[in-house]
Design a protein around this ligand. Sequence first.
Ligand code: CAO
Length: 424
Amino acid sequence: MKALEGVRILDFTHVQSGPTCTQLLAWFGADVIKIERPGTGDITRGQLQDIPKVDSLYFTMLNHNKRSITLDTKNPTGKEVLERLIKECDVLVENFGPGVLDRMGFPWEKISRLNPRMIVASIKGFGPGPYEDCKVYENVAQCTGGAASTTGFRDGPPLVTGAQIGDSGTGLHLALGIVAALYHRTHSGRGQRVTCAMQDGVLNLSRVKLRDQQRLARGPLKEYSQFGEGVPFGAAVPRAGNDSGGGQPGRILKCKGWEQDPDAYIYFITQAPVWEKICDIIGEPTWKTDPEYATPPARLTKLNAIFARIEQWTMTKTKFEVMNICNAVDIPVGPILSMKEIAEDQSLRATGTVVEVDHPTRGKYLSVGNPIKLSDSPTKVERSPLLGEHTEEILRDVLRFDPGRISEIQQSGAVGVPPAIAAE
Ligand code: CAO
């Protein structure tokens, strides 16, 4: 039995943040029923399409293991169907723009009246306050959550990161809130609202920078490279390039082949406990005892020179050679892996973190599987649904409508026409 078997999710999510959350719940065994607008469905089905008229990878990679029903929730019959679904489900998850659910005629009070055990989980861009009515996408959240102002190089503009910390990060936060509320319901017998703002989610992931903001009031941040370089600090936490957030000096260094390969680099950390081993590996044994280099405070003003010397060594090796040599003596390093290398990595395939999925109209494609592994509830990644693929099945099996009622609903225009599914 799967961890969340028996939990039914009414999935009103779209684009990336909400679908990340409901996909995780589906991977843990919940029955996720995705409601989509007839005709178009989740907008990402058609975004960044690499094969004409085929659900995009953007959509398929965020909507595995779900069922899809098309439903016009502004149509009176559609509203009746939605009411029935609310009574049959445990959790409603949505990431509509602010106020959409209320305008649809389904505010929290009504949902709670229809089903007092229902948990309503929402992602919005901002929490209550001056920006609560704003629509928000990934990079807006990265900028307003403190990540962009602390990412990048000191002498360059703020940078966003490729990791989708605003969307997927908030989806992860919401999933935890839902599971906590489900557990709470086992005692209280009641549902509750779970909300997560993308700004808050990003700030949570940028927590160490708010730590540094407060430390800055008590003096310069000595572990930041600019301290060693004698560059004064301003009023706010600066961008720190590739310095590590944990206080151990670290840099990204070139490796053999960097002239041709944009990913021939490695993250190298001069952690104090392994300093002597580093000195031996790079051929500077005297630095182990030389008072100018032997202690972390003595090294702070010489980090540029130290990393230049380490890089002289890393440039004679491939990033994988550096990885093997250093890890043999417990020096942690991080080769910069390209997406191509990750896609081809057999150990990630073996653990199901990278999976090959078959899709009736797309064929085979790669996806990221469930990064969270439960020993008694392993994840099997199933393809994403076609638009409205399960409409009839859900009306019949979940809502227990008879054929006559199903036909009435279909004629009312509340549900779309199911797709012709190619033989799988
Ligand atoms: N049937 C009928 N109408 C439907 C429907 C359905 N099944 N599903 C959605 N709609 C309607 C809504 O009722 C809404 O109509 P009104 O504006 O008339 O009330 C309309 O679709 C638009 O919904 P929306 O505001 O959620 O969508 P948008 O494309 O305008 O905005 C987004 C998209 C993501 C900016 C917005 O949803 C948002 O801010 N969400 C919260 C933050 C978030 O999750 N952002 C990350 C998205 S991933 O980068």
